[in-house]
Design a protein. Sequence first.
Length: 295
Amino acid sequence: MKKLLPSLFLLLSCSREASQKSEIELIGDIAENTAPNFLHDDFNLLVLLSLLIAGISLYYAAVTYKAQKKTESNTNKLTKEAQRSMLNDLVRHMYRNLVICYAVKTKLDECGWKDYPSEEHFLKMRIPLENIHLDVFYDNDDNFRAMHELYLNMRNYNEELEVAMSHFVDAGIPEATRRRDMGTLEFKAFYIVERIVLTERKVWGRTDSVDSQLEDAMKTIVREKCSAKDNIPIEGYSSVFDEVKPEYFKGTYMAELYGGDQSLSALASEFNKAVSIERGLNNRKEEKIHLISRG
């Protein structure tokens, strides 16, 4: 028993030392594991990766935005030029509408306003509003307002065509109302051309390029050579009609685009020729302007 005691004390001493050593190592491990270490901290690494990814994304977003704005700018530029070309075409369209209106009126005068124009003539005079692209002008409030006002003028003109057509097919509508409708459509042909010219000059500027293109559009349609089949008179209608005088165009933008007041006589002469042709026959010997008899 006495021999065992020293061994027991030795064992207890070693165990105590081992326990103390383990506690010290454990504390060291805890200290090492809990001590701040920026590079080994998972959270901080995630932050770094997130920042890196965000930076790369921002860079590519900036590059993409710049390229998109450049493309958008080029597209808008092309689209605006295409839009201006469409407006120039509408100048020609409105001059032809004026010719048709006047030709219709002269034929109505000869039949005492008893017959009525075929609906096709009103429908063909409509302005294709789908050719007005207001979205192209979102980048400039003033230009957008100018184009929007022009759009409304054209929409109103189309509605007036619809109303006139409904009045003519209705035998119960008084002649005075139908005369007023034709007068309105004549006036509006001049008015829409005026609005187109003023809008183009506002949106694109009053430059030689803008005005020359408008003038070309007007002169091209006025001088366009049409033909009625051998100018054969239509039965029931005279080859002579009430031709317009030069004063008919005085002070209008049609006259300005054609050459000004000094060209009024030439413009009126070309206009009367066009009306005469529309009063005649097409190449199938059918009426160009067809009036439907009420029987």
